[in-house]
Design a protein. Structure first.
Length: 260
């Protein structure tokens, strides 16, 4: 399920994101019982528990003991709400903290982002094709660019590396998040699914080893065995993919630094 952010009214969305408009404080009369922040926090809680499929203005209203219509005074529509959710969740990621060097700082940035994605897997359903352009989104980006600037590489190269690093974290994290969700959605554990399917491989492909000799060689070398049998194989593989791709990418940056 892919969700596109930044689909609401541009002026209203940007004003809410950057807090240049405060509908919950500017209205005359008694102090209201709701606020933009309360609504956004409730929406994030729902999305964390149920994913984007469980998110609606009605669901948020129910959680707050209000009708959906009561929310529209504060947030014009679900589209603006999604923008606010996405950006507020990103506020969990602290700004740049200089450490021992650009490489160790990049690793810390990437690990923080990995943990963030697994805390809020619904964020991975929000397409990167339409950035929200909120303040916290920029804080995360500014942190990474500040770290990478110390490599001395040209701005154009930094832009490319930023995209590569986001992908390096986001795609394996998506796999890990989907692995965690799979048993809940399908009602079948990883082991149950694997043994039910793989048991028929010899039956449907008795010449499997001859047809796929390299894969069979890797299996014989125990390349597919994971260290922790209590954690989903796919989740462990995703984490390993994240770590090795990050290391290789950082090695490549070091080589580029020597060339330029």
């Amino acid at each position: 399920m892919v969700v596109y952010a930044a689909q609401g009214d541009p002026q209203k969305s940007m004003a809410l994101l950057w807090r240049t408009a405060s509908p919950d404080t500017e209205r005359p009369g008694p102090k209201p019982g709701l606020s933009v922040d309360l609504i956004v926090d409730a929406a994030i809680t729902i999305a964390d528990a149920e994913g984007m499929a469980g998110l609606s203005m009605r669901a948020v209203g129910d959680r707050l003991g209000r009708t959906a219509m009561a929310l529209y005074t504060y947030v014009p529509s679900k589209s603006e709400l999604l923008d606010l959710m996405y950006d507020k969740a990103l506020a969990e990621l602290a700004g740049f903290r200089e450490g021992d060097g650009w490489r160790s700082d990049t690793v810390r940035w990437a690990n923080d982002l990995w943990d963030f994605y697994l805390r809020h897997p619904w964020v991975l359903q929000v397409s990167q094709a339409r950035p929200v352009l909120g303040p916290h989104e920029y804080v995360v980006l500014e942190s990474l660019v500040t770290i990478l600037r110390r490599t001395g590489l040209r701005p154009v190269m930094l832009r490319r590396l930023v995209s590569a690093l986001y992908s390096c974290v986001r795609e394996p994290a998506r796999t890990a998040a989907e692995s965690r969700l799979a048993e809940k959605v399908t009602g079948q554990s990883d082991d149950e699914w694997w043994y039910a399917r793989s048991a028929f491989l010899k039956e449907v492909s008795p010449d499997f080893a001859e047809r796929f000799p390299t894969l069979s060689w890797m299996e014989g070398e125990q390349a597919f065995r994971m260290a922790d049998e209590t954690v989903s194989y796919l989740e462990q593989e995703a984490r390993e993919a994240f770590e090795i791709s990050l290391a290789v990418l950082l090695d490549g940056i070091e080589v580029a630094m020597k060339v330029e």
